[in-house]
Design a protein around this ligand. Structure first.
Ligand SMILES: NC(=O)c1ccc[n+]([C@@H]2O[C@H](COP(=O)([O-])OP(=O)(O)OC[C@H]3O[C@@H](n4cnc5c(N)ncnc54)[C@H](OP(=O)(O)O)[C@@H]3O)[C@@H](O)[C@H]2O)c1
Length: 221
């Protein structure tokens, strides 16, 4: 039987980079397509890299004829420069990608959202993640998996002062993340990537949302 094909967005990022390694070594996938702004600079037999302008996603329709779509796109207000451009990366691109994927027959859509995602939140970031989630639910995928990690841990090339400080603090009080607080415990980007890969192998249909504690559990299956 032929293997599956995957489309990965955000392959140059922390979670996306881990997921790319995972998918390339996974026996279930015979082709892994990535859409990137700049070449990643490495080759692999299964890897098909498309360097594109994300403003023109619809010009790359052939890339969306895949089984499973993994979306790990995201930015920060600081990097984006303003709310409008943040929304483009964290909401508009993922939604356009989901619509194109649905149009071309993708069955599963797996996306990294965030802890606290809430359409009615007063916090802009959480509201945007909530907006993305609500809109994705309307697309009609057989299987939609939403990952809501807490603070991500991993080797990030760029320095993000707020996140680094939060990481140091969280490590110092890691003993406190037990019981009902488990969902707030920082999580390795590698664990999120593994959870996404594992979730994509299930046969179940429907909409699934995973907090950090559930992501950890599914990554261990
Ligand atoms: N950081 C945290 O602690 C945390 C916690 C919970 C949830 N999250 C969410 O988890 C997701 C993944 O986070 P991460 O830390 O892995 O992200 P990341 O390392 O910042 O990677 C983001 C990815 O998005 C791409 N991207 C950014 N701006 C783009 C643009 N204008 N056009 C096209 N692609 C663009 C980046 O590509 P380039 O390399 O080309 O920029 C990169 O591949 C994000 O949605 C984030 O909001 C993060």
């Amino acid at each position: 039987m032929a293997g599956k094909s995957a489309l990965l967005l955000g392959a140059s990022g922390l979670v996306g980079g881990e997921l790319l390694n995972c998918l390339l070594s996974a026996p279930e996938y015979e082709k892994v397509q990535i859409l990137v702004r700049k070449p990643l600079g490495f080759k692999h037999l299964k890897l098909e890299e498309h360097v594109i302008e994300f403003e023109n996603l619809a010009q790359h329709k052939e890339c969306f004829k895949v089984d499973d779509v993994f979306c790990c796109l995201g930015t920060t207000i600081k990097k984006a420069g303003n709310r409008k451009d943040f929304k483009k990366v964290d909401v508009e691109y993922p939604l356009e990608i989901s619509k194109l994927a649905k149009e071309f027959g993708a069955v599963k859509f797996l996306v990294v959202s965030s802890m606290g995602a809430d359409l009615h939140s007063k916090v802009f970031y959480s509201r945007m993640k909530g907006l993305l989630e609500e809109n994705l639910k309307e697309i009609g995928f057989d299987s939609l998996h939403i990952f809501r990690p807490s603070l991500l841990l991993g080797d990030r090339k760029e320095v993000r002062l707020g996140e680094s400080a939060a990481e140091v603090l969280a490590k110092g009080i890691s003993f406190a993340f037990v019981g009902r607080l488990k969902k707030y415990k920082p999580i390795e980007a590698k664990t999120v990537a593994l959870g996404m890969y594992k979730a994509a192998q299930g046969k179940e249909t429907g909409i699934y949302t995973y907090r950090s504690d559930a992501i950890k559990e599914i990554s261990l299956i």
